[in-house]
Design a protein around this ligand. Structure first.
Ligand code: NAD
Length: 424
């Protein structure tokens, strides 16, 4: 990260730079609200915290943590917590901003926030992981809360980590505050359907996009990058609908099988050994070959910046479903548009997770819990309504789905900003 980091001057090829250029593209569609657009180009608040813990071997380790509240014009901050060795403040700024756009795109009463710790959790013992989580939660406790900013899981964080966060925050405030995080275990105020919600949203939006393209999901070939919570669930749902998962990549490598990988075997093996552990079920190929594996649908569901201009030229996919946040760089977006490849952007495609997080938060406050069918019916309805509205906007202005999503979302955010007015 550059020492010169500022809100308005992103470092080269950074996710924050990608986000700023996405906002610039929407300005012509904002009408008089464009005078407020600068609001979207700066986070409201960014907190950097030191997270010191005593390691199992008695040494003291320090990790850097962040919580960024990008925008709260429409409601409390909402967004996940990422544990990854490459996390930077600038990355968290971008992720928080995409949450602002996402919650507005699906019309949830939230703003956008995100957090992270620069740590490789795979190198920590369970006890060290708990200490890191608790100290970080305590440090950011001055700005999070059930009515101010509600974290959730992201890369390398899960329901157990949310339980520790909820407990730490609750200890500090002297009560049990289930609504402070979402993605919790079921018996701690979690919601049915939350674990699969993001992958399900990718499937629901992808199925509708395929229908509109006239693409039959039965026999459609799908390549999935990232085989964690989002990628593996989306892959399973598409396979259930008759598609063939022909290539999967995770941090351990890439496996391909043009007849379709056997997910019932691949999923459990990938959880312990990564996808390369399933050598018996396909061919292990160099990682770069993932991008030119013949496929109809490409699902980037790992990290940001993966779909570069070069890879956008290579892909044979007709449809890209952005399970990850920010997987496509702006130049690649242009290339895909020129090549007639439809991109369902992250800010709508992966919004299923935050939507069921919203259901979880509502259920926590009312202390009344819904069954899974009700969750899924409501999720599908919200995703479809949002996608249809965005599609109409794209058709009306002859713009990409991404720019249309930003147009819809930015109008809602900036209208709220305008109606609230500037304080003081
Ligand atoms: P996860 O930790 O469950 O899985 C991440 C996957 O990415 C793993 O399979 C990992 O091996 C793979 N990966 C990591 N580095 C890689 C690399 N360099 N190349 C290829 N694969 C790599 O995380 P997740 O929750 O599935 O999140 C994945 C993406 O989806 C992230 O961009 C996240 O921000 C986004 N997202 C997640 C949620 C959610 O509810 N979990 C919601 C919206 C968006």
């Amino acid at each position: 990260m550059s020492e010169q980091l500022s809100f308005v001057s992103p470092t080269a090829n950074s996710p924050w730079g990608t986000y700023l250029s996405q906002v610039d593209r929407v300005v012509p569609y904002l009408g008089p609200l464009a005078r407020w657009v600068e609001t979207l180009k700066r986070p409201k608040r960014a907190l950097i915290v030191d997270v010191p813990i005593e390691m199992d071997d008695g040494t003291i380790a320090h990790f850097e943590g962040y919580r960024v509240q990008h925008n709260m014009s429409r409601g409390p901050g909402k967004g996940g917590i990422r544990f990854h060795p490459d996390v930077t403040l600038e990355e968290v700024m971008a992720l928080s901003a995409w949450m602002t756009i996402k919650t507005a795109a699906v019309n949830l009463p939230y703003g956008g926030a995100k957090g992270g710790i620069r740590v490789d959790p795979k190198k920590l013992s369970l006890q060290e992981l708990e200490k890191v989580t608790r100290r970080y939660t305590s440090e950011i406790g001055i700005i999070i809360g059930p009515h101010t900013d509600i974290p959730a899981p992201d890369v390398n964080t899960n329901a157990q980590i949310m339980a520790w966060m909820m407990d730490t925050y609750s200890m500090n405030v002297g009560g049990t505050a289930t609504g402070v995080v979402t993605g919790k275990p079921l018996h701690l105020g979690g919601s049915l359907g939350r674990v699969k919600a993001t992958g399900r949203g990718v499937f629901v939006t992808g199925r509708e996009a395929a229908r509109r393209l006239g693409m039959d999901l039965r026999g459609a070939r799908i390549a999935v990058q990232g085989f964690g919570n989002v990628g593996s669930v989306a892959a399973e749902l598409f396979a259930d609908a008759g598609a063939k998962i022909v290539a999967v990549q995770d941090h351990t490598g890439t496996i391909v099988n043009s007849n379709g990988l056997d997910l019932a075997k691949l999923v459990p093996i990938s959880r312990t050994d990564g996808v390369v552990g399933f050598k018996a079920g396909g061919d292990i190929v160099p990682n770069e070959d993932f991008w030119n594996t013949p496929c109809d649908i490409l699902i980037p569901a790992a990290l940001e910046g993966q779909l570069t201009a070069e890879r956008a030229q290579k892909t044979t996919a007709k449809l890209v479903l952005e399970g990850a946040n920010g997987p496509t760089v702006p130049q690649a977006d242009d290339i895909l548009a020129e090549r007639g490849v439809l991109v369902v952007p992250d800010v709508i495609c992966n919004a299923g997770g935050v939507t069921v997080s919203y259901f979880e938060w509502v259920q926590d406050f009312s202390s009344f819990f819904w069954d899974e069918d009700e969750i899924n019916v409501r999720l599908d309805r919200i995703m479809m309504n949002a996608l249809n509205h965005i599609w109409d906007t794209a058709d009306k202005h002859k713009i990409t789905l991404r720019t249309a999503t930003y147009a819809v979302a930015c109008e809602r955010i900036l209208m709220a900003r305008q109606e609230r007015g500037l304080y003081p």
